[in-house]
Ligand binder design. Sequence first.
Ligand code: ATP
Ligand code: MG
Length: 483
Amino acid sequence: MITDFRRIIIAAITTVIFLVILRLFLKRKIRTTKIKQWWRLFSDRFHDHQFLKVPEVNDNSQENQLFRRVSLYLNSLESLEHSDYTNLFSGPNPTDILLSLNPNQTLVDEFLGARLLWTYDVISSDTTVTKSFLLKIRKRDKRRVLRPYLQHIHTVSDDIDHRVRDIRLYTNSSTGWKTVPFSHPATFDTVAMDSDLKVKVKSDLETFLKSKQYYHRLGRVWRRSYLLYGPSGTGKSSFVAAMAKCLSYDVYDLDISKVSGDSDLKFLLLQTSPRSLILVEDFDKYVAAKNNSAPSSSAAVTISGVMNFMDGVVNSCCEERVMVFTMTAKEDIDPAILRPGRVDVHIYFPLCDFNNFKNLASNYLGVREHKLFSQVEDMFNSGVTMSPAEIGELMMVNRTSPSRAIKSVINALQTTSLTVSGLLDSCKGTPKNGWRSARDSVDESYDSVAGIGCRDGVKEIRKLYGFLTRKSGRKSDSFDLGT
Ligand SMILES: Nc1ncnc2c1ncn2[C@@H]1O[C@H](COP(=O)(O)OP(=O)(O)OP(=O)(O)O)[C@@H](O)[C@H]1O
Ligand SMILES: [Mg+2]
């Protein structure tokens, strides 16, 4: 018993002695590091240095890509973890913690035996904030190290870019672009649409990404533009998010109504960075002037300004860009605006058909087959339809019971059919029974009915249900390369 007690006492004393020695050793190590630092500072005084500045923007206010690369590189350095002061940010995933340099902080890097000191300079005035990185390198080392060091920064930042690139969303305001992390959850898998079309668009984007040399061999600027058109709630905006994720490109969401004039528009374009998707939503608001004397929008830009903006992407300064325009219908748009070269690919987004409905049911309700599907299919085949947004909403609120959800879709389709055929009949004055005949007569009614009320009624139906001049099931030319 006593021997056991003695053993415990000896073990406890040994542990305490070990901890004290460890502590002293660590303290000494820290002290040695400090002494080394001071020695380096002292010895630096006897060497000539060169200072190299990497500003955030160039003279044309365009983003300096080297600044972004240096920032990615420095924030990934292990020495940042051990520095006295570091900013911590949450990453795209909740568990990610990202480190970032603090303004005016200095970080030491070593490369091929040379010491490189980086300082993050931030100068703020009332209206502007100027950021830059300042590299301090011994003149003796510069010739030997600088070129391979910059190459090393390129390689490392490229690697980080591909691994952890968090896409950013830029929106324009009166002072330029403002940015936030892009967190739209849509992907190609979550957007319900014709699967062949999805594959075509994906492969078109992937081919674009790999085609820099090809474009240059042809003497063309490496860019591509898309028009997404179709009724409201058919997934155009969600598809843009999926495109940006597939490309891993930042999104510049341009609101033309906030642009103060044509030159401002050009300036905003010049401020976008490579590897970005420039999005103009509701583009018809600014260019649908075929039937009116001027675009309906009150924006300060002119049509020629908008066309220059579209062509501006052709400038070599705006390479590696994808432009996307969305609108409900392109019939009223002057074909010159949408000609190949300005818009390369036209993609039509139809209202829901049975296949899309099944996609939605699988995504929203987790069901691939159901006894009510045949009834839904009959309804779609009879020509009645709704937007995926409407159907998705019904499925979402009833997601705890797939049967209830599908029944609510059937009810909504029936109501839609009755409402629209009733409206059309009252316009034409001819009783009609089925939705199919009502739908088929939409264009005819629009052209022949002179009364404003009826015309408005049909317009309203067109707006509500998206039956402009297309039918929902149309697929053959929904992916229309080069118009
Ligand atoms: N094809 C689809 N597949 C899956 N969800 C869809 C689809 N279309 C629409 N939705 C859902 O409906 C909502 C609206 O979609 P979205 O904003 O992408 O439509 P939109 O075509 O851009 O409409 P608008 O022309 O009014 O801007 C989103 O929440 C989206 O998830
Ligand atoms: Mg939209």
